[in-house]
Ligand binder design. Structure first.
Ligand SMILES: [Zn+2]
Length: 198
């Protein structure tokens, strides 16, 4: 019976997914098995990861990667790095609403006043936020004195020298393949967020 259970367990591999519902110690996310079974109670101390931690908490936490004396522990550390990268790639999928409106903005299909004026010439195109310029996509989200404060707050620290409020320059930055995954994630996410909240 126990043997059968072992075989069955092999088939049941928990999909890490977004990692927030997967237990670091009690679920079968690691290729060599359930961590509490292969490491025993000492594992919590050796790894420095709480007994209640989810996979997401363990890999995204502030804890530094450790160098261990055993190969098994080091193998766990390297799988954690792989999971972490996968999680960063997946976070965007959690917010499809942001993604949709960003897609509309990229195509310039949002009803900004400059576009409304194209079919309704009598309309006032002044920006509703600052009342100080014509409301275009580029102005509304990034150049407007109101939204540029938010954009600067979100992005200046991340973009540093390449910080800009120009729509085309921002889109060019988005298209750049960035080796720093966290940085390019923050940029994509900040871009989507500002378009969504304004
Ligand atoms: Zn404005």
């Amino acid at each position: 019976m126990i043997k059968l259970w072992d075989t069955a367990k092999g088939f049941y591999k928990k999909e890490v997914g977004n990692g927030y519902n997967t237990s670091f110690w009690y679920d079968n996310w690691f290729t060599k098995g359930v961590l509490v079974e292969i490491l025993g109670p000492r594992g919590v101390i050796d790894m420095g990861i709480s007994n209640e931690a989810t996979v997401a908490e363990a890999v995204l936490g502030v804890r530094r990667r450790k160098r261990h004396r055993t190969e098994l522990l080091n193998a766990i550390e390297s799988e954690m790095v792989a999971v972490k990268e996968k999680l960063w790639e997946n976070v965007e999928d959690i917010t499809p609403k942001y993604a949709f409106i960003t897609w509309l903005a990229m195509l310039d299909r949002l009803t900004t006043m400059d576009r409304v004026a194209r079919w309704n010439s009598g309309v006032d195109v002044t920006c509703a936020l600052c009342k100080n310029a014509a409301e275009s996509r580029s102005h509304l989200f990034f150049e407007c004195s109101y939204s540029s404060q938010i954009w600067e707050h979100l992005m200046l620290g991340i973009l540093r020298g390449s910080y800009t409020t120009n729509w085309n320059a921002i889109v060019a930055l988005l298209k750049q393949s960035d080796r720093d995954k966290k940085r390019s994630f923050c940029l994509r996410y900040g871009f989507q967020t500002i378009i969504y909240v304004i």
